[in-house]
Design a protein around this ligand. Structure first.
Ligand code: DGL
Length: 264
């Protein structure tokens, strides 16, 4: 294994940075290429066929170019739809990001779990299976909050995320039958932890917000255990689409160790 071979973190946008933060705590020197498919953002409103074709195609091309030691699909929408397919076509280890229903089921006291995700994620059989396996004795209420993707993207570009969008997501979830019993909320989109503070204002104090970033980082650390890394961190941010408009992300990206936005 070449010690400079990167870990490729892939998302439709900047949501996967929540996974990167957790990864840096475990593997501070891992070379990371963060790839944002800004030309395809948002995934959550696309069809399964569109998402699967796009993700498999891009990850194939990115793997050829960057020769990663591991690929992490840091996106619930892409993972719940395309993980199996991508694993079949790429030879490197692939780590997916799927809704954190298992940890949520272990912490809920009321037995009612809310789940916020994209439209595409909440309708996936993958989520039905996680529910059946880990939360069959709980009530899982799913709500699609596509507006939060845009709100998170805006926040990282330095804008105030729309309070109406955040309120609509929280109130929409709570308004589902049984929603007043929710004590645990699964943030089933990697963009949403970026808005946890804003969302928390709309839930009862003590409501727990659960997402998979730390579990994913743990899994990546396990799969790369014993591998060599360079002596200092290195991170590259690449994006599809209009790289010029992505420059607005730079001040935030610099806080994560990126110095520029490169075109893929
Ligand atoms: N960050 C992605 C996820 O975890 C979705 C955002 C999008 O709709 O593109 O689901």
């Amino acid at each position: 294994m070449d010690k400079d071979s990167p870990i490729l973190l892939f998302d439709s946008g900047i949501g996967g940075l929540t996974v990167l933060s957790a990864l840096r705590e475990r593997l501070p020197n891992a070379p990371v290429i963060y790839a944002a498919d800004l030309a395809g953002l948002p995934y959550g409103t696309k069809t399964e066929a569109q998402i699967a074709a796009r993700v498999a195609g891009l990850l194939g091309r990115m793997s050829e170019r960057y020769k990663p030691r591991l690929v992490c699909i840091a996106c619930n929408t892409a993972s719940t739809i395309a993980l199996g397919m991508v694993r079949e076509v790429l030879e490197v280890p692939i780590v997916g990001t799927v809704p954190a229903i298992k940890p949520a089921a272990s912490v809920t006291r009321s037995g009612t779990i809310g789940l916020l995700g994209t439209e595409a994620t909440i309708r996936q059989a993958y989520v039905d299976n996680l529910e059946a396996e880990f939360a069959s004795d709980k009530r899982l209420l799913r709500f699609a909050a596509p507006g939060l993707v845009e709100a998170a993207e805006a926040k990282l570009r330095g804008y105030t995320p729309s309070p109406d969008t955040i309120r609509a997501a929280a109130e929409g979830l709570k308004a589902l039958p049984g929603g007043d019993e929710i004590d645990t909320v699964v943030l089933a989109c990697t963009h949403f932890p970026l808005l946890e503070e804003e969302l928390a204002e709309h839930f009862a104090p003590g409501t727990r917000f659960v997402h998979g970033a730390d579990g994913i980082a743990r899994r990546i650390a396990h799969l790369t255990d014993g591998q060599e890394f360079p002596s200092g961190p290195s991170s590259r941010f690449v994006a599809t689409g209009d790289v010029q408009s992505a420059q607005a992300l730079l001040p935030y990206l610099k806080t994560h160790g990126f110095s520029e936005v490169e075109a893929f």
